[in-house]
Design a protein around this ligand. Structure first.
Ligand SMILES: CC(C)(COP(=O)(O)OP(=O)(O)OC[C@H]1O[C@@H](n2cnc3c(N)ncnc32)[C@H](O)[C@@H]1OP(=O)(O)O)[C@@H](O)C(=O)NCCC(=O)NCCS
Length: 224
C-alpha cells in the first residue's frame, strides 16, 4: 500500500471531506443513467414514443429528435436526484461531523492522508436500522489514489473499532450502481444479506435497488 496514514477527522478537514463525498457520489451518475436505460419500463416508453411518432408524422427525424430529448431529460433527472441526495447528506451529517460522529462513544470519522493530503474518508456509528450493530458510512477515495488499498485499510479501521467496542457485526448499505463498492465489501468478507427497493415512487419505477451487507466479527470476549 502507498504511504498512507489513517487518522481521526479534524475540523480543518471539513471542506475536503465534503468534496470527496460529492465527487464520489457524482461519479455514479453515468452508471445510474445506464441502469435506468436497462429498465424494461424505460425501454417500452422509448419504443412506444418512437413508434407513435413515426406512424403519426411519417418522418424519421421527429421520433429520433423526441427520443434524444427524452434521453437528455432522463439524464437530467438522474443528475437532479443525485444532487438532491448529496445536498441532503451534507445537511444531515457532513456539515456537522464533530457533533454527529465525534462526540459519541460508538461513533467515529476517519480520514486517510497521503503526503499530508486527505485522499479518503470513512465513518461509523450505531446502525439505525439494526440495533446492536455499528454501520459503516461515507466510504470514499479520491480517484487519483484508487487501487492502492486505501479503502481496504479504511474498512479494517471500522472493523477494528467495532470489534474493540464489543459489537458483533458491521453493516452497511450500498446500491446497485456502485459496482466497485460491492467488490470492495465482498473482498473484505462482507456478505450481502438483503436487497430492497426504496419505497419512494421514483426508486420503485427505476428499480433502484439497495444492498445491505454485514461483516460478522469475532469479538474480544469470544476470543478469550
Ligand atoms: C469503492 C472505493 C471506495 C474503492 O476504493 P479503493 O481505494 O480504490 O479500493 P482498494 O484499492 O482498497 O481496493 C479494495 C478492493 O476492492 C475491489 N475493487 C475496488 N475497486 C475496484 C474496481 N474498480 N474493479 C474491481 N474491483 C475493485 C477489489 O477487490 C480491491 O482489492 P484488490 O485490489 O486486492 O483486488 C472507490 O472506488 C470510491 O471511492 N468510489 C466512489 C464512492 C463510493 O462508491 N463509495 C462507496 C459508498 S457505499
Amino acid at each position: 500500500m502507498a504511504n498512507i496514514q489513517i487518522r481521526k477527522y479534524q475540523d480543518e478537514d471539513a471542506e475536503v471531506v465534503k468534496e470527496l463525498f460529492t465527487l464520489g457520489m457524482s461519479e455514479h451518475v453515468p452508471s445510474s443513467f445506464t441502469h435506468v436505460l436497462k429498465q424494461p419500463l424505460t425501454q417500452m416508453f422509448l419504443m412506444v414514443t418512437f413508434c407513435a411518432l413515426i406512424t403519426s408524422s411519417k418522418s424519421f427525424l421527429l421520433p429520433v429528435l423526441a427520443v434524444t430529448l427524452v434521453l437528455a431529460a432522463v439524464r437530467q433527472m438522474v443528475v437532479y436526484m443525485f444532487n438532491k441526495y448529496i445536498e441532503a447528506t451534507l445537511r444531515k451529517d457532513l456539515d456537522n461531523i464533530g457533533g454527529i460522529y465525534l462526540q459519541k462513544k460508538n461513533s467515529c470519522f476517519w480520514v486517510a492522508e497521503s503526503d499530508g493530503r486527505v485522499v479518503g474518508t470513512v465513518a461509523c456509528l450505531p446502525a439505525e436500522t439494526a440495533p446492536g450493530f455499528l454501520e459503516l458510512k461515507r466510504m470514499s477515495v479520491r480517484r487519483s489514489h484508487r487501487g492502492m488499498g486505501i479503502a481496504k485499510a479504511l474498512c479494517r479501521t471500522v472493523a477494528d473499532f467495532t470489534r474493540e467496542r464489543g459489537f458483533p457485526a458491521v453493516i452497511l448499505y450500498t446500491s446497485v450502481v456502485q459496482a466497485d463498492a460491492q467488490k470492495l465489501y465482498e473482498h473484505m468478507g462482507y456478505t450481502k444479506i438483503r436487497e430492497f427497493v426504496l419505497p419512494e415512487f421514483t426508486a420503485k419505477i427505476l428499480n433502484f435497488t439497495l444492498f445491505e451487507y454485514r461483516l460478522d466479527l469475532e469479538t474480544d470476549k469470544e476470543r478469550d
